[in-house]
Ligand binder design. Structure first.
Ligand code: PHE
Length: 342
């Protein structure tokens, strides 16, 4: 009977101690003190030697029951402590997602890039391929293969930076035409965007570094009508329905016949306004039928194939599209200007 009371009291004390344990460390200490090799329960078992043989089995059973009870209480308490420790950590480590932050400000593509992207998209839609060429170019590709021989006065129109006698900063994207013809058999349908260079002073409409997009199509039976249709689709895509093209005779050594291409003024839709200086038209690009001399110089038989080519000034169509009055804005990197295109 005395033994039984001892055990009951032990279990009761254990229960109180477990409730008081505030963390897992304290719980571990309790485990050792109660259930360990030198713990209280083991101590009780040791006292069993003094019992009579008849009393022993019942006592042993009581001790085991007590152990089970304490173990399950301990497991219960352990679960509670773990949960509250986790809870405490979550509260401590929580991030308040509603607080204002110092996120870096997001930029946006440059207006030139945006216009280039839509031009590229438009021509890819018509089955063109995008090809790029080097900015530092051989005189051969920039001039000679385009029917502009050395010392020919036609070179004056495109004064450039010579690196040496045979290497120039390309004055236009047209050398990519020659490179494509050398590398590809017709049918050819490419656009070639890129940076070009000319010895020009900076002003509202000029820069020594600017961008062009070259177009080249070579196949059997390509005519001026194809050039018109293609540029018409391009104009509508870029500036909207109702925009058409007007071709005026012009001259380029590498196209014959050559043309300046105007688009309906997208501001007044052709009625005449300040932007188009009352004409209803805006000059946008140069083009023409690829000169047969250029075809044969680049290994394509002009009796079998014909083609058209054109060159668009990317800055020019960007200024027109957004109604920007001075080209220098495009290069100055002034955020107040650039943010307007986000
Ligand atoms: N390369 C010419 C220029 O820069 C434009 C052009 C390209 C004209 C293709 C005709 C054909 O002025």
């Amino acid at each position: 009977m005395e033994n039984q009371t001892q055990i009951t009291q032990l279990v009761q004390r254990a229960q109180e101690a477990l409730q008081k344990a505030e963390n897992l460390k304290e719980l571990d200490t309790l485990r050792i003190n109660l259930l360990g090799k030198k713990g209280e329960l083991t101590g009780l078992l040791r006292g069993m030697g003094q019992l009579s043989p008849e009393e022993r089995p019942a006592f042993g059973q009581m001790v085991n029951q007590a152990r089970e009870k304490i173990e399950s209480m301990m497991a219960g308490r352990e679960k509670e402590l773990k949960a509250s420790e986790l809870e405490a950590r979550l509260v401590k480590e929580a991030i308040d997602v509603t607080l204002p932050t110092d996120l870096p400000r997001l930029g946006n593509p440059h207006p030139i890039t945006q216009v280039l992207d839509s031009v590229v998209e438009c021509f890819i839609g018509m089955g063109f391929q995008v090809v790029e060429g080097p900015e530092i170019e051989l005189d051969k590709y920039n001039f000679e293969l385009l029917n502009i021989p050395k010392n020919h006065p036609a070179r004056d129109a495109q004064d450039t930076f010579y690196i040496d006698e045979n290497i120039v900063l390309r004055t236009h994207t047209s050398p990519v035409q020659a490179r494509v013809m050398a590398a590809q058999k017709p049918p050819i349908r490419v656009i070639c965007p890129g940076r070009v260079f000319r010895a020009d002073e900076v002003d509202a409409t000029h820069s020594p570094v600017f961008h062009q997009i070259e177009g080249l199509v070579i196949d059997k039976d390509v005519t001026m009508a194809d050039l018109r249709g293609t540029l018409g689709a391009f104009a509508r895509q870029l500036y909207g329905e109702g925009i058409t093209t007007r071709f005026r005779p012009s001259f380029f050594p590498f196209t014959e016949p050559s043309t300046e291409v105007d688009l309906t003024c997208f501001v007044c839709k052709g009625k005449g306004c300040r932007v188009c200086k009352g004409t209803g038209w805006i000059e946008v690009l140069g083009g023409g039928m690829v000169n047969p001399k250029v075809l044969s110089a680049n290994g394509i038989d002009p009796k079998v194939y014909s083609g058209f080519a054109f060159g668009v000034g990317l800055e020019r169509i960007t200024l027109l599209r957004y109604g920007i009055s001075d080209m220098r804005w495009l290069y100055e990197g002034d955020e107040r200007f650039l943010r307007q295109f986000s």
